[in-house]
Design a protein around this ligand. Structure first.
Ligand code: PLP
Length: 400
């Protein structure tokens, strides 16, 4: 009898984790690999947040909390939505989970019936299609090419909606491209959605605070209040506050959906870590001036890598509005041969070539539903980024 269930046939392990693990193995065997595959800030969690966590332990905040978040944290989240997004949510319209990932998963698990469709603009964050499949739904991937700024347009959306469509997933600024939707672009998509009242919107705003060159963040329930009753606005502290390990994500949305998500969570992980919730509260209510400084560092690193890739024959890269990723095109390298005479057939081969030859770990674009690209995270020390770019440039120059 087979131990593993059918669910696993639909799901693949996260490719970014697989590459990160492979790079770690090479490193353990003494090879100097530069890992640009993982999406987490290299900055520490700010000290005032760590202090709040220590205080929570000292004060005995070590017990179960309400399943989907303490009243105090929910109040801080409501303040955040009001202050930063002009969105009003009551505590019953807010859910806190163990990372944005769990919040997204709860929402999909709570709503999808077998065969329900979820529209996912590609390139997409690797987890969306697999989460949809795990919840019994059907991911409908819409390729949004570089020529359209990696962004979905209203005509594409209109053509993809069917009576089975349950959700549209938006992610801005997005992983892996860093592309951000302006308010006017969200309005155009929203106008289309108004014609299809059965479609809900899941907007993943995880990278809201990581933005460059004065680009203005907007979220769909804010620009089109008529959609708020069928929008789940997902956010979290992982990326902005350098808190990936603390595992706190949250969402604002209609009460019936939030209640259903709490039911799912109550029978799986229960409440997120009480101490991490206290830390997240300090993050959301605390100062954010450190973000300005960190964003300037991220922007300089972004520009350093952009300059290097755009100066490398065979590579080209768009300037992202936010997040900490670049998504360069490597399609001109497809068909090139290595000095050992091996032909690079696709972006997977190119990713492998960079790992073997340049000792730089990147994630091939096909993992994100877009062949002919690769993703790097520039949330890495500047000096290492310089070395990585240099190595990639040299490896590209060695190709025939
Ligand atoms: N959404 C996007 C677009 C992400 O890139 C990530 C993490 O990589 C998440 C959600 C998950 O964040 P968390 O660490 O809070 O689960």
């Amino acid at each position: 009898m087979n131990l593993l269930g059918q669910l696993l046939e639909a799901v693949k392990p996260s490719p970014t984790l697989a590459i990160t693990r492979q790079a770690a193995e090479m490193r353990r065997s003494g090879i100097d690999v530069i890992g640009l595959s993982q999406g987490e800030p290299d900055f520490p969690t700010p000290p005032h947040i760590c202090e709040a966590a220590k205080a929570a332990i000292d004060q005995g905040q070590t017990r179960y909390t309400d399943v989907d978040g303490t009243p105090e944290l929910k109040a801080a989240i409501a303040r955040k939505f009001e202050r930063e997004n002009g969105l009003t949510y009551t505590p019953q319209e807010i859910s806190v989970g163990s990372g944005g990932k769990q919040v997204l998963f709860n929402a999909l698990l709570a709503t999808l019936n077998p065969g329900d469709e979820v529209i996912i603009p590609a390139p997409y964050w690797v987890s969306y299609p697999d989460m949809v499949r795990m919840a019994g739904g059907v991911p409908v991937e819409l390729l949004c090419g570089e020529d359209q700024g990696f962004k979905l347009d209203a005509a594409q959306l209109a053509a993809a909606i069917t009576p089975r469509t349950k959700w549209l997933i938006l992610n801005s600024p997005g992983n892996p491209t860093g592309a951000g939707y302006d308010a006017s672009e969200l309005l155009a998509l929203g106008a289309e959605l108004l014609r299809h009242p059965h479609v809900y919107v899941l907007t993943d705003d995880m990278y809201e605070h990581l933005r460059y060159d004065g680009w203005r963040f907007a979220t769909i329930a804010q620009v089109l209040p008529a959609l708020k009753a069928r929008t789940l606005t997902v956010n979290g502290v992982s990326k902005a506050y350098a808190m990936t390990g603390w595992r706190i994500g949250y969402a604002g949305g209609p009460r019936h959906l939030i209640a259903a998500m709490a039911t799912i969570q109550s029978q799986s992980t229960s409440n997120p870590c009480a101490i991490a919730q206290a830390a997240a509260l300090a993050a959301l209510d605390g100062p954010i001036d450190f973000l300005v400084e960190r964003n300037e560092i991220f922007r300089d690193r972004r520009d350093l890598c952009l300059d290097a890739f755009n100066a490398t024959p065979g590579l080209s890269c768009r300037t992202p509005q936010g997040a900490f990723y670049l998504f360069p095109s490597c399609s001109d390298l497809v068909g090139a041969t290595t000095t050992q005479g091996r032909r690079l057939e696709n972006d997977n081969d190119i990713g492998r070539y960079f790992l073997d030859e340049a000792k730089v770990a990147v994630v091939p674009g096909s993992a994100f539903g877009a062949e002919g690209f690769f993703r790097i995270s520039f949330a890495t020390a500047t000096e290492r980024l310089e070395q990585a770019c240099e190595r990639v440039m040299r490896a590209c120059a060695r190709l025939n």
